[in-house]
Design a protein around this ligand. Structure first.
Ligand code: GTP
Ligand code: MG
Length: 282
């Protein structure tokens, strides 16, 4: 008997959704940072076993939408939910529970969705007593096999192999997407406060050579005042972003990478529907 299913991974910003998907897939398909609202797009991560295949959809963290970018992100959450066979809802066990979240979970169940509530970060001190179906740590791997079993138990078996993806197909995004995301991840790590949230990355050149990948990217920020912060004194901050992004891209692509980043200002791009489309959020 075989099992296949789509799993939408939902939860608040910073709950650990992307870290979990990466660790189940065994490859970094989604960028991670300690800043909320790191993920903006739905990113698929496929896990294939002997008799099963699970297509996880990593989603943006659920938050109140202010800008058009926020609305784009929340639309992604709805899309993932609508196409899911199982919803895996993550609650950060190291943070207090939000009553609104409990209501949201109850509503999903009432709407007939198959929901598993899992507490993340079990390697940290647990401070919330919300009743979950399982707790796990994506960092130490605690309870990950049990979590997979729990998800599989929610799917009905098929006599024929009903997998939708090739075994070596780990994600649905092209290399260019990862180039942009790894630059954004480096920016999230190096920059502080509200600056990284106003950052988008557009890859303007991606030449995939035999031994070298040549990449040029525009690092777009939303305010004039952010440009100087991103470049830093004598270009120090931008250099740091570039070298971090290059290192993770070289690891991801398994090739030498040449990376040039140009900082540009697009005032309030994150609240401009046309600019969002240009920057790949459509
Ligand atoms: N200690 C510990 N930290 C974790 C674990 N999982 C994730 N984190 C940390 O939590 C932070 C957020 O992780 P992400 O995976 O980016 O969270 P997310 O839910 O995808 O966040 P958004 O994309 O913003 O919605 C990062 O600093 C991670 O390193 C875990 O199992 N244990
Ligand atoms: Mg994420």
């Amino acid at each position: 008997m075989y099992k296949f299913g789509y799993v939408a991974v939902l939860g608040k910003p910073n709950a650990g959704k992307s870290t979990l998907v990466n660790s189940l897939v065994g490859e970094k398909v989604a960028i991670v940072s300690n800043k909320p609202q790191t993920t903006r797009d739905n990113i698929m991560g496929v896990v294939t076993g002997k008799n099963f295949q699970l297509a996880f959809l990593d989603t943006p963290g659920i938050h109140r939408a202010g800008t058009h970018l926020d609305r784009y992100m929340m639309k992604n959450v709805r899309t993932a939910k609508a196409g899911a066979d199982v919803v895996l809802y993550l609650i950060d066990g190291s943070k207090p529970v939000d009553p609104e979240e409990m209501e949201h979970i109850e509503k999903m169940k009432k709407d007939g969705l198959s929901v598993i509530v899992a507490k993340s970060k079990s390697d940290k001190k647990v401070v919330n007593d919300f009743a979950s179906d399982i707790s796990f740590s994506a960092l130490t791997g605690e309870n990950l096999p049990e979590l997979l079993d729990m998800l599989l138990a929610r799917l009905s078996p098929s006599k024929t192999k009903n997998f939708l993806f090739d075994e070596d197909e780990l994600t649905d995004k092209p290399l260019k997407f990862f180039a942009a995301e790894f630059v954004r991840e480096a920016a999230l790590k190096v920059l502080d406060k509200e600056v990284p949230h106003g950052v988008a990355v557009e890859v303007v050149k991606f030449e995939d050579g035999k031994n070298l990948v040549n990449i040029e990217a525009d690092l777009v920020c939303s305010k004039d005042s952010h440009k100087g912060i991103i470049i830093g004194k004598g270009g120090k901050t931008l250099k740091e972003i570039g070298s971090r992004a290059r290192a993770s891209l070289e690891e991801f692509l398994n090739k030498k990478v040449m990376l040039k980043i140009f900082v540009k200002v697009e005032k309030n791009w994150n609240d401009n529907p046309n600019k969002l489309v240009v920057l790949g959020y459509n």
